[in-house]
Design a protein around this ligand. Structure first.
Ligand SMILES: Cc1cc2nc3c(=O)[nH]c(=O)nc-3n(C[C@H](O)[C@H](O)[C@H](O)COP(=O)(O)OP(=O)(O)OC[C@H]3O[C@@H](n4cnc5c(N)ncnc54)[C@H](O)[C@@H]3O)c2cc1C
Length: 443
């Protein structure tokens, strides 16, 4: 067991207090202690690593089968910040680290890496095993309430009294899934210390829709749909807001939009394609009307869809129009697409007028699905926004505002796509901070 300490004893000066025992905190605390730094790890929950346990549908998609560069590119404009952390701990390094703890991994088609056991608990157990071999002290059920610079370093205020540490690593995560302990506590302390907090907003979150036809399709899943966001101003974004910033490289498709799994729910839409797009939606001014444009045949270009329809119409004869999209889409979606194209149910395939064919093409390739709101922070897998990246030295993870203060993980203005990118960023930033913090910091 990790040696525990009663908080009454914590008048000792620690080299480092690590705040939050999630992905970033657990790995960095272990690494710091391995380097010989006297390390205290504080966690508000009864148990550490709650989000790890619930991640990836309790399977934990711990990283992605790609290079450091591949991870950085998936982060678009934020990727440059991750260059040094990923050089310190690449996806291959992370996999090797878990292998060394006895966690074999598997790569799924598409590149997600999971433990071979499909048990997130094994990932957490590996992190705890590494931690337990060190002198790090883990204190659970201690909520950090504030941070104050003092002449000897830092005073960490907690629900069980103050703690003194020469340096602090803040790894309390973001504000999403507050039920798991991440309630955005760090933002207020860091703002008070002079950091800019980019407004936190939900990302990787289901989108809501009030359209009757969307709700009627609840429960239908589609393997690949291309998605883009269309705003009232006519602006379309397919994966990264059109600000001229570096594009995110996300599951590209022939249609030019990112494509992926798509799910109709009772409240709207979800699935990887939608979750990845949601950060674009939550970046819009509140209340701005928007539509998700859906391309139901993302791996065919316009000419190919046109030709496919022409062939099917030629050979369709007297069969009802509902059969036209047979094998291309689930029947319920095919019926809806025909209805949205204004095609009467009784129409026979051979009788489809040119106008209806064009309308069908549009509905297949740019079906406009109105969205209004998201499932909120309560159901967001990550938080977009957080501590402004230009206020953190990405070579060390040190705050540029406060000496002796370091930051790692989702508290930063970093949010990656589905696929193991978020854990990789948390582990890499945590690892780099742990490598760079001083064994005996200047006081
Ligand atoms: C349902 C779900 C599924 C996910 N699946 C995946 C996945 O499969 N792959 C992937 O890459 N990402 C996934 N993520 C995202 C991933 O879990 C996070 O990006 C990652 O955990 C962030 O790591 P972190 O260390 O920064 O923060 P966290 O892991 O959130 O850890 C922060 C810790 O700080 C503690 N804390 C907070 N405030 C305080 C305080 N005041 N005092 C003391 N302790 C505090 C929290 O209790 C928590 O233990 C998922 C997220 C969710 C919600």
């Amino acid at each position: 067991m990790v040696e525990r300490v009663r908080m009454g004893e914590l008048c000792v000066e620690w080299d480092v207090a690590v705040l939050g025992a999630g992905a970033a905190g657990l790995l960095s605390a272990a690494r710091l202690a391995e380097r010989g730094l006297r390390t205290l790890l504080l966690e508000k929950n009864r148990r550490p690593g709650v989000k790890i346990l619930m991640s990836g549908g309790t399977r934990c998609n711990l990283t992605h089968d790609t290079t450091a560069r591949g991870i950085a590119e998936a982060y678009g404009a934020q990727g440059a910040f991750l260059r040094a952390p990923l050089a310190a701990l690449s996806p291959a390094d992370l996999v090797a680290l878990f292998h060394a703890e006895g966690v074999a991994t598997q790569v799924e088609p598409g590149g997600k890496i999971f433990p071979q056991s499909n048990r997130a608990a094994d990932v957490l157990a590996a992190l705890l095993a590494r931690l337990q071999r060190t002198t790090c002290r883990l204190e659970t059920e201690v909520t950090v309430t504030g941070l104050r610079p003092v002449p000897t370093g830092w005073e960490v205020q907690t629900t069980t009294g103050p703690v003194g540490a020469r340096q602090v690593l803040v790894s309390v995560g973001g504000a999403s899934y507050p039920g798991s302990g991440t309630t955005g506590d760090g933002y207020a302390w860091l703002r008070e210390l002079g950091h800019t907090i980019v407004a936190p907003r939900p990302a990787l979150v289901p989108l809501l829709s009030e359209a009757g036809w969307v709700r009627e399709l609840a429960g239908v899943t589609l393997e690949r749909v291309g998605v883009a966001l269309k705003t009232a101003g006519g602006k379309t974004a397919g994966g990264e807001s059109g600000t001229g910033r570096r594009e995110r490289r996300l599951a590209p498709s022939r249609c030019g939009w990112p494509a992926g799994g798509f799910l109709f729910t009772h409240r709207g839409i979800s699935g990887p394609a939608v979750l990845n797009l949601s950060r674009e939606y939550t970046a819009l001014p509140e209340g701005e009307p928007a539509e998700v444009l859906c391309n139901f045949l993302p791996d065919l270009d316009e000419g190919e869809v046109r030709e496919l329809l022409r062939q099917r119409i030629e050979g369709g004869g007297a069969r009802p129009v509902q059969r036209l999209l047979e094998g291309l889409l689930p029947q319920r979606v095919a019926d809806t697409v025909c209805r949205l194209a204004g095609i009467a149910e009784a129409t026979r395939i051979a009788e489809l007028p040119k106008r209806a064919r064009d309308a069908l093409l549009t509905q297949l390739r740019q079906c406009a699905l109105p969205v209004r709101g998201t499932a909120g922070m309560a159901k967001a897998e990550v938080t977009a926004g957080g501590v402004a990246l230009d206020e953190v030295d990405s070579r060390t993870m040190a705050s540029r505002r406060c000496p002796g203060l370091f930051l790692a993980g989702e508290i930063l203005d970093l949010d990656g796509p589905i696929g193991g990118y978020n854990f990789q960023a948390a582990f890499s930033t945590g690892w780099l901070a742990a490598e760079r913090m001083e064994a005996t910091a200047a006081t």
